[in-house]
Every structure is written in C-alpha cells, then in structure tokens.
Design a protein around this ligand. Structure first.
Ligand code: F0G
Length: 459
C-alpha cells in the first residue's frame, strides 16, 4: 500500500497544455481533480504548437494510412495510430511505455433495415462496442492510463456505471497498476461488474447512485495519491477523439450530415465534437457534421439544461432508466457538450424506455446488436426525422457505444416480455411483440423442432 498522505505527482506536459473551458487559463500541469486552479471549471487539452506549425492535412492522412501496414504496437492501436493529434509521448523510448490492448479499429456497418424504419436513405453504425473490453471507453483509457503510469501513479480509480470500470481495470492490469472501482450497488449489469473483478480491480459497490460515486471519488483524489480515470480526466477525451478520425478515414474524409451520440456524463459527445472542430481547423475536413446528443427521458439533465436555461446552468435530475450505462443525473461535462452542440448545430433529444427497447431490438435484428444505452441513438434519430431536423436524403452515423453482451438481462427480459412488467409502460410495450423472440422450451424430438420451424415460417 503506498503512503496515501504523500503529495501526488503532477502531470507534466509535453506537446500540449491544459486550458480551462471557463476562463481560458493555460497551464502546464493539472491538479488531481482536473479543475482550473482559478475558476474551478473543467480543463481540456490544447496543442499550442499547431498555431506555429500547423500539421499538413495530406501528410497526416498519408502517415495514418501507411501505419496500417506496420506491426508495431503503437500503430496496431486504432488510437495511437493517430498520435499526431494526441498528447503523444514525445520520444521513441516513451512509445514503448504505451499501455495498449489494440483498441479502436472498430467497424463501420451500414444498417439498411434501421434506415427504412427511421426513414433515412443512408444509415451507418460506428460500433465502439467492438473494442477490447466491449465499449468505447478503451479508446480513452489507453491514453489516460498511459499518462497515469508515466506520472508515477500506482493506483488509478473511477466512479462508473460499469463500462469505465471494466475498461480501467483492464488497462491498469496491463500496465501493472492497481485499480479501485466505485459503482452504484445493484445498478450496473453483472457482465460489466464481472469484468472489473476478473481484471483484478478492488471493486466497491456503494449504496448510492453514479452521481454519489463520482462525488466521493472527487473527495478521494484530493486526499490520496490515486489518479482518477473518469472522463473529467482530459486525457480520456483525447483518446476518444480518435473515433471521429477513424470514422472519417472510413468515409474517405467525406463528413456525414449527422452523427448521433448517447449522452450520459457527456464526455464522449464532448470528445467527438472536439475532434471534428480540430479536424476542420487542420483542413482534414471542410465542414462539420451536426453532432446530436440523445438521453433517456429518465436521465435527461442536458435536455432540460438546454430547454430550461438555454445552456446557462445545469439542471440536475434524479436519474432513472433501464439503460443503466447512462443513468446519470449530474453530468460532469455538460458545458463541453453544450459547446459542441452549439459549434456543430446539433440537437439534443430524449427518448422513452419503450423507444429504447424497440430500437435495441431493431439494431439486434440487423445482426449487429448493442447495449441499451447505445440504442438511444436510433430511437433519437427517429424523433429527429419526424421533427425534420434530419432530412430523408441526409447521411447519418450512429455511435454504438457498447456491445450487446454487456447487458444480457435487459435483452432476455425484453424478449420474454418481462422488461416492462408491472410498470406504467406495460400496456404500451405490447406493440413491440413482433420484435420479441422468446426462447422456446421443447421436448428433444425431431417432430417438436419441425413443428416450431413451421410455425416460425408462418409468423
Ligand atoms: N454508452 C455507454 C455504453 C456508456 O457506458 C456510457 C457511459 C455512455 C454511453 C455515455 O457516455 O458518459 O461519455 O456521455 N458510461 C460511463 C461508465 C459513465 O461509467 O461506464 P458519456
């Protein structure tokens, strides 16, 4: 056990600086809560040298493409392949210290059936659930964990609705660090919890919600030399930016009209938006896609913040949704996300539990699948089309943030017709019956199986 009373080593900058999103103060190091020493707002990472010597867009594209042929661990990572736009280690020796699980490199799938159901002509899914631990968190974690180890930390910690903890535990283990996980008791899926356990984290199920876990973590990092790997940590967001770079490379650098992202603590939408703004600044793309954020109705803090205060003041909510990954009422990065919506001209919408369940089953029926929080994107798209914010001839990319296997309980309850039992939604959910595929228990006879096949053929 390290001496927790000793002062934590500060993170020193190399090719980047920290900038406060509130007062704009620039600094070379950050305190453990990653908040501005002057005004207390969140920090972001900025690259002052781009002003003096702007990287050439065509040279970057060629280098990134060439690195796909390389077998070195940094090039095999779908995050570090784009290291020119990251707080990349500044010497070759440092590159050997990168903690990577070959994250990124995620597929872009076309979704023709979902496109028809949403009434758009071209619909794609960027599937971040195909990352090593099954969620988009890995892309941020490789960067944040690498810098945590570089700063000399032995312990890393996070508050989580499940995916961050799974990812952090894996990267800490790979990097020889210990990890501490704070999760809300009974409110995260068993598959996510089991990942943290297997990767060796000290896992605490706290009798509170995610927001309570995050509050406690903020206090902990001021008292103990543990490095927080929540998305308040701006290194996380730099890694998560690479989703946008990889996506644009897959689209031959032609931006889609819309990109739709689920919103929880609002780190991911902030990261993706930052990437697009930087890409336009560097001439990698000539126009910004509209980035829209979708939340569950029961965890709609950003929706309310924008509608009720015009984005001036956070409206916190008591979060409740079966999409447990985004069961967050007090999102830390709301200001960053509000800024991204403004910069890209995106929308912010909310969707019901039934709409989430339906969208998830539709994505599953395309052979793709995702976890409930990811499905808010398709549900939200349908609303944005009805509102004519998205036109039928526009191209749309949904960011699927987590793998189908992350929350099997939700999926099984849905198909058995048990998801909404006893809730106010029960009656309305009857309309979802055509999507349900409950498992069928039969005697082990050929006749029974053939009869079932014939019945299925008729349905
Ligand atoms: N989708 C999934 C699958 C998630 O796990 C999360 C966040 C989000 C969307 C929302 O992303 O917070 O950047 O707006 N999960 C966190 C966790 C909070 O602890 O795993 P965000």
């Amino acid at each position: 056990m390290p001496a927790f009373s000793s002062p934590a080593p500060g993170v020193q900058s190399a090719n980047f600086r920290f900038r406060c999103i509130g007062c704009g103060d620039l600094s070379d190091s950050a305190s453990q809560d990653f908040r501005c020493a002057h005004c207390g707002d969140l920090l972001e990472i900025t690259y002052p040298q781009w002003k003096k010597a702007k990287p050439n867009a065509e040279t970057l594209k060629a280098a990134w493409s060439e690195r796909r042929l390389s077998q070195s661990p940094v090039d095999l990572s779908g995050v570090w392949r784009f290291r020119d736009l990251l707080p990349a280690p500044d010497t070759t020796a440092d590159e050997a210290h990168i903690i990577t699980l070959r994250e990124g490199n995620t597929p872009l799938y076309e979704l023709p059936q979902c496109a028809r159901s949403a009434d758009v002509s071209r619909l794609f899914a960027k599937h971040q659930g195909m990352n090593p631990t099954g969620s988009f968190k890995d892309c941020g974690m490789t960067v944040a964990a690498t810098f945590a180890r570089r700063a000399g930390f032995r312990w890393v910690a996070c508050a989580s609705t499940g995916n961050t903890s799974a990812s952090m535990a894996a990267y800490a283990a790979r990097g020889g660090m210990r990890s501490l996980v704070l999760v809300p008791e009974g409110k995260i899926s068993w598959s996510k919890l089991s990942q943290a356990l297997d990767y060796g984290a000290v896992t605490c199920q706290l009798r509170t919600d995610f927001d309570g876990c995050l509050r406690l973590l903020q206090e902990l990092v001021r008292r103990a030399p543990v490095h927080q790997l929540n998305s308040i940590n701006p290194f996380r967001l730099e890694g998560q930016k690479t989703l946008a770079l990889e996506l644009l490379e897959q689209l031959d650098w032609q931006p889609p009209d819309h990109i739709i992202v689920p919103g929880g603590n609002l780190g991911n939408s902030s990261a993706i938006g930052k990437a697009f703004v930087e890409m336009r600044e560097l001439g990698l793309i000539s126009r910004l896609p509209r980035l829209s954020v979708i939340q569950a109705e029961g965890a709609n803090a950003l929706v309310r913040t924008l509608r009720e205060t015009g984005g001036q003041r956070l409206v916190s909510v008591q979060a409740e949704t079966r999409a447990t990954a985004i069961r967050i009422g007090n999102p830390a990065s709301w200001k960053k996300a509000a800024h991204v919506l403004e910069a890209t001209g995106g929308a912010c919408e909310q969707v019901s539990e039934i709409e989430i369940a339906q969208a998830k089953a539709e994505i599953g029926a395309e052979g793709i699948g995702c976890e409930p929080a990811s499905a808010v994107t398709l549900a939200g798209l349908k609303k944005l089309v009805k509102q004519k914010f998205v036109q039928p001839d526009e191209s749309v990319v949904l960011v699927l943030t987590g793998n189908l296997l992350k929350d099997p309980d939700f999926t099984i309850e849905f198909h058995r017709g048990e998801l909404f039992k006893g809730s106010a939604d029960e009656e309305a959910s009857a309309g979802l019956d055509p999507l349900r595929r409950a498992p069928i228990v039969l005697d082990a006879t050929l006749d029974a199986v053939i009869r079932t096949l014939e019945q299925a053929e008729k349905s």
